[in-house]
Design a protein around this ligand. Sequence first.
Ligand code: NAD
Length: 261
Amino acid sequence: MGRLEGKSVIITGAGSGIGRAAALMFTREGARLIAVDRTDGVNETVAEIRKAGGAAEAVTADAGSEKDVIAFIDKALSAYGKLDVIWANAGIGGGLIPLAEQTVEHWQEVLRVNLIGPFLAVKYSIPHMVKHGSGAIVCTASVAGLKANASGHPYAASKAGVISLVQTTAYSLSGTGVRINAVCPGLIETGMTKPIFDNAKERGTEGKIGQLNPLKRAGQPHELAAMGLFLASDEASYVNGQAFPVDGGLTASMPYAGRPI
Ligand code: NAD
């Protein structure tokens, strides 16, 4: 029996990286999935799931658009009759633009996808979960939402906002039986970080990647998916309102360059 046996699950950003790894892992654990992405990658994800005997439907949608969020939640309800889990994972990077050159339009787009998207996922999934007296929501934040220097300003602000959304929503859901948590990835090898890895390969500096964390390597998408699976499952029945770094230990440290003792 899988850890998500029979559960109706939505994962956004399921066309690549962490979302795709989660889609594959969750369906192996018995989830019936609505896989959402704005790119065609989501069709490949669903084809792979079906080939392995899993249950999934692909939806091409913008996770930052209110009408699209309403539509993919409706799709889960019509396909599976309920909604048990939603992982608001879709996100975009913001680049490393000097503060003085950042535009309002750039900030608005990063916040729209990375923060308003999770807000909409939360807003429109909650009524169905509350009705059933159970449900689990996972949001992808970032170590950039916890500490400085991991990214540009709008991205960091959007991810700090996601952590705050999770904390405040846990209290809005008091007494309902619905849980909400965030994962905070460190450096993970995905579509988003491909330029970092490609650049390092080009310069022959791959050995430097991930050296700031005590595991001395970058993370892989399935290592995030495993944390999301735990949080989405009933095994995490008393885990609520938290933001969990999955970063090889990166954020456990003060930014000193001192030697380990
Ligand atoms: P990725 O680029 O491989 O996957 C992100 C997916 O989200 C893509 O398939 C993309 O098409 C989709 N997406 C983006 N905007 C969308 C939208 N508006 N609507 C629907 N789909 C959309 O990158 P990833 O690393 O797997 O990213 C997943 C999440 O992890 C993001 O929220 C990202 O901010 C977060 N994150 C990643 C890292 C890392 O090092 N990779 C670190 C911290 C946080």
